[in-house]
Design a protein around this ligand. Structure first.
Ligand code: XMP
Length: 515
């Protein structure tokens, strides 16, 4: 495997992603982690030093455990990583008057293993404000940018490579080739990262951790927890696995049933479907402040969970969660320190999760996987594609998609309308082109006519966005024909809705959800 030392570069995660894509197992670690024998195991074939928002000469700039330079392993420094490496060996780095940013042609001064198969003058992607001024002893410059700045360096004897550009970014031509050259040609890492291998590794780890004790997993209906459930059922004795799903009354149409069918199909024996609709909807009556609504729903989750766990599971148990690799990285924790990982609404601030974590009784079987790998695993486990490729759904569910106060009746109206919207997107092959689509029920009534009668119906807003990770989002550019047809289907089939509008706000400044 290949280790990636993360110095806080924005695209560090992408490096890992690209390497996994060509089948080599990679692991991202905090840049300054102590490189002990437990970390640098014989499986580690090479190390990548990532970019960083810091300058090497800045106070507090992160640096790797100096042992990294004595391990005898090939290194690849990217951007800051390159500067850090040369700086360590006595090279010089200086701020540039004009930042080198965007696409830049790279001219090779010498051939190298790193650039095998990459044409001279290929277009790279630059993003740096510092540059190497003087190479360290033993290093030679073998490529330069169009601005004649050092772009590729090598210490041949030690097999240390450095590049100033970012091969992990999709705008960098031949980026994958360069990373693959480093990992496979130079480090000799095997392309053996497959989901089968993952399942073997993880089942060993989980079995060792839990023995034959009980494991409880709270299922939200989303991809991650459902796949985690399927996986636990596969690698443990299904009799050990307790699955609990709480129906808040604010789920999508058919969602609860679909989850149950899937988990039963996967062999669940202890599947507890909790009908908690009244316990959620009662305290929400008449509450229209979004923050209060969220707080009530969050508190109810904690309360209902505790109540139900007590009823259905006796004695000691482990708590499983569908935490993904990206959840760990995004929360800034990196591997080895998962203390404050917050996965989902179920677990935010939950005393149960905190207590279990303190006791070392949390199981996170997906914590090495990226989202798309989780999806592949879901398909492999036999979970329906409707669940595996479903758009994200917020923890508080329809509760924050009904603007103003929530009632059972409004949930039903929104559920029916949203079901039509989503089914139509699927029929029209638009669902997979959209990152997240949903409907919002507004607290506004508008006048309309049906036949001869004047009606006073609800207004429904449709939302559809494309996004990479939900942090920013663009409005989906809908074909007008589809919008018109979907709107008329909704108003025809859901009599309470008199008018449909389309939300054309990007994030920022708007958020994806309305509340
Ligand atoms: P916003 O509205 O913040 O949403 O632009 C970004 C993404 O997060 C989801 N979201 C939530 N997910 N609990 C969740 O589990 C929540 O309280 C929550 N609020 C928003 C939202 O659906 C979108 O995908």
């Amino acid at each position: 495997k290949i280790l990636i030392l993360d110095f806080g570069g924005q695209t560090c995660q992408l490096i890992g992603r690209r390497i996994r894509d060509f089948g080599v197992f990679s692991e991202i670690l905090p840049g300054d982690i102590e490189l002990t024998k437990e970390i640098v195991t014989p499986e580690v074939k090479g190390i990548i030093l990532s970019g960083s928002p810091y300058s090497v000469y800045e106070e507090g700039a992160p640096s790797p455990d100096p042992v990294v330079f004595d391990l005898g392993l090939p290194l690849l420094g990217i951007c800051y990583g390159f500067q850090r490496m040369t700086y360590h060996f006595g090279g010089e780095v200086r701020p540039l008057e004009t930042k080198e940013y965007g696409r830049s042609k790279i001219h090779f001064l010498e051939e190298s293993d790193l650039m095998k198969g990459v044409p001279d003058n290929f277009l790279s992607w630059m993003s740096h404000g510092d540059s190497l001024d003087k190479m360290a002893a033993g290093f030679s410059m073998i490529g330069e940018s169009e601005n004649k700045l050092p772009a590729v360096g090598v210490h041949k004897e030690k097999q240390f490579y450095g590049i100033q550009f970012h091969p992990e970014v999709s705008h960098c031509d031949f980026g994958n080739q360069i990373l693959e050259n480093f990992c496979c040609r130079i480090c000799g890492a095997a392309k053996d990262w497959t989901l089968d291998l993952f399942m073997e590794q993880i089942s060993e780890r989980v079995r060792e951790q839990v023995g034959n004790e009980k494991v409880l997993l709270l299922i939200s209906g989303g991809v991650d927890s459902t796949v985690a459930g399927g996986l636990l059922l596969k690698i443990l004795d299904p009799n050990q696995v307790y699955l609990m799903y709480i129906d808040t009354g604010m789920m999508r149409k058919g969602e609860s049933e679909e989850v149950a069918i899937n988990l039963k199909k996967l062999g669940a024996t202890h599947l507890h479907l909790i009908d908690a609709r009244d316990r959620f909807l009662e305290p929400l009556k008449g509450v229209d402040d979004p923050e209060k609504k969220r707080k009530i729903i969050g508190d109810r989750f904690i309360h209902v969970q505790e109540e139900e766990i007590e009823k259905h599971i006796s004695g000691e148990y482990f708590l499983a969660q569908g935490t993904l690799y990206t959840d760990l990285i995004e929360s800034g924790k990196g591997v080895g320190n998962k203390a404050n990982v917050i996965k989902s609404h179920h677990n935010v601030g939950s005393p149960l999760v905190e207590a279990k974590r303190q006791a070392g009784r949390i199981v996170e079987p997906l914590d090495m996987l990226y989202k798309d790998e989780v999806r592949k695993l879901g398909v492999k486990l036999g979970i329906s594609k409707d669940i595996v490729f479903r758009h994200p759904f917020p923890g508080p569910g329809l509760g924050i998609r009904i603007i103003g106060d929530v009632s059972e009746e409004k949930c039903r109206i929104l559920r029916d309308a949203d079901y039509i919207y989503i089914s139509e997107l699927k029929k029209r092959d638009l669902y997979d082109k959209i990152w997240q689509a949903f409907s919002v029920l507004l607290p506004v009534r508008s006048v309309g006519v049906t036949g001869d009668a004047r009606e006073y119906g609800f207004v429904l807003a449709l939302r559809a966005v494309v996004s990479h990770d939900g942090m920013t989002a663009d409005v989906y550019d809908f074909p007008t024909k589809d919008l018109l047809e979907i709107s008329s289907k909704i108003t025809n089939e859901v009599p309470e809705i008199g008018r449909v509008v389309y939300d054309i706000s990007s994030k920022p400044p708007a958020t994806i959800e309305w509340e």
